[in-house]
Write a protein that binds this ligand. Structure first.
Ligand SMILES: [Zn+2]
Length: 470
């Protein structure tokens, strides 16, 4: 099925008579806001924070709501005492049905209060927005999932499927420690599930606040860092030599800059641009259609690639991100090295990209290698009707006429530790945001107040449909 059909499915349910929209109960909002505030105000940065404190705080809330102690696990690796994780389970009534996993990370990227207009570790509500580090990435989903579990406990809700919650650490610092990777390796049984819901899918708002589409992530590019290193005998800088490590590295980086990986589409990205062609207007819509022809129209492609978000899902991309060279200002450099970060289009291996980069560098004196061992790469999660239809249905219930658009993520989430290991993971949140002002990882990170509460309603309805297991 191509994505357009999904958009049409959305429409069909309108024709089928949309269900009355019930605004989230005020009680739900208050309890959610309280949890959100507690999470945002616990600093969970790698430098000075503690995920363990946040995991314990959420565990205490679940226990207070009546979850049996045996169903709550705070997992703190002995070698990473501040990188604690929480796994909790609401047992289902049908043992034959597999579980669903609600996944959110509780760690956040660094934030220096001096750089922020407001304290990044205080939840501040201002002009219709929540401000604070993690308000967008990823404590909104974490708080919603905890609040839903508490609501289900209060209701005595026992759907056929077991509902599991995992609040993990290390998503932002995977090469230090990653909670999902750790749980898969050491506590697989706790998170075992038929599929998982995770961050990454966002509703798109345009600058005037109109909902454009509800975005769902169905796959992500593969993250890989490569190291380019060249050594040289060096010498005294008063007698410069033609062969200079920094110049040779710079020239190689120039060749990487000039190199473009071939443009390609997979079923997800083709569907993405097909959907956008229906949403966009004028030249943009024409271009979206024109790049889908074979071969893609070069002029349209050149225009579309101007947008870094679109360019990022049209092919593999590699970019220099760090440099490290020379050992003294008055000495010829004996070593020059660079980090090149690649986001690999699905279907290509890290080894293949290593070979391509080595060819582009075209300098036997420069060693091109993996910075970290390549992660297991898997297929994109399957877009089955059982996953897709409920998303389209609830989107239509809450936001009539707003299409669902499936996309490939250029960045990376913890789905990469689950999907290749047999737990297909989908990025879907129902949180509508204007990408430009969301500022995830940036200064003054924020989430729209209305978007948080709406997303709670969206995810609540979605989880209840999935948990029925029919
Ligand atoms: Zn995140």
């Amino acid at each position: 099925m191509s994505a357009n059909i999904y958009a049409i499915i959305g429409l069909a349910s309108v024709l089928g008579g949309a269900i009355a929209i019930s605004a989230p109960a005020v009680a739900d909002e208050a309890s959610l806001r309280e949890i959100y505030e507690e999470l945002v105000e616990i600093n969970t940065t790698l430098s000075v924070g503690s995920c363990t404190r946040a995991a314990e705080a959420m565990a205490a809330r679940l226990e207070a709501a009546g979850m049996p102690e045996a169903a709550i696990h705070v997992i703190v690796p002995s070698e990473f005492p501040a990188q604690g994780n929480l796994v909790a389970e609401l047992a289902g009534s049908a043992a034959s049905e597999g579980a669903i996993l609600l996944l959110a990370h509780i760690d956040v990227v660094e934030a220096n209060p001096e750089d922020w207009e407001r304290d990044p570790f205080t939840l501040i509500e201002e002009d219709g927005y929540f401000y604070g580090r993690g308000t967008a990435d990823d404590k909104a989903m974490a708080a919603i999932f905890v609040d839903l579990m508490i609501t289900y406990l209060h209701e005595g809700y026992r759907p056929p499927r077991t509902i599991k919650l995992a609040l993990t650490c290390g998503e932002e610092t995977a090469h230090h420690f990653n909670g999902v990777e750790y749980l898969v390796a050491n506590h697989r049984e706790l998170i075992e599930a038929d599929f998982a819901i995770n961050e990454g899918g966002l509703g798109r708002l345009d600058p005037d606040g109109t909902r454009v589409y509800n975005g769902v992530l169905a796959g992500e590019k593969v993250y890989q860092d490569f190291r380019l290193e060249i050594r040289n005998p060096g010498g005294h800088s008063s007698r410069p030599q033609r062969d200079n490590a920094i110049y040779r590295l710079a020239a190689a980086l120039g060749r990487i800059e000039a190199y473009e990986f071939p443009i390609e589409f997979n079923s997800t990205t083709r569907a993405f641009f097909e959907s956008l062609a229906e949403i966009e207007t004028g030249q943009a819509a024409e271009d979206m259609r024109a790049i889908l022809s074979t071969p893609p129209d070069p002029a349209a492609l050149a225009r579309i690639k101007q947008d870094p978000s679109y360019n990022a899902v049209l092919h593999t991309t590699c970019i220099a991100t760090q440099l490290d060279a020379g050992h003294a200002p008055n000495a010829l450099p004996q070593r020059a090295a660079a980090n090149v970060n690649c986001r690999i289009f699905p279907g290509h291996t890290q080894e293949e990209i290593l070979r391509t980069l080595t060819g582009v560098v075209a300098d036997d004196g420069i060693d091109v290698s993996f910075v970290h061992s390549p992660e297991t790469v898997g297929e994109s999660p399957p877009l089955t009707a059982a996953i897709v239809d409920p998303i389209a249905r609830v989107t239509e219930e809450l936001w009539p006429g707003v299409p669902v658009v499936f996309s490939l993520l250029a960045g990376a989430t913890d789905a990469r530790f689950l999907t290749p290991h047999g737990i297909p993971t989908y990025g879907v949140s129902g949180i509508f945001a204007d990408q430009a002002t969301r500022n995830a990882h940036g200064l003054n990170e924020r989430t729209r107040v209305q978007s948080l509460y709406e997303a709670r309603e969206f995810l609540d309805r979605l989880v209840r449909i999935y948990a029925r297991g029919d």
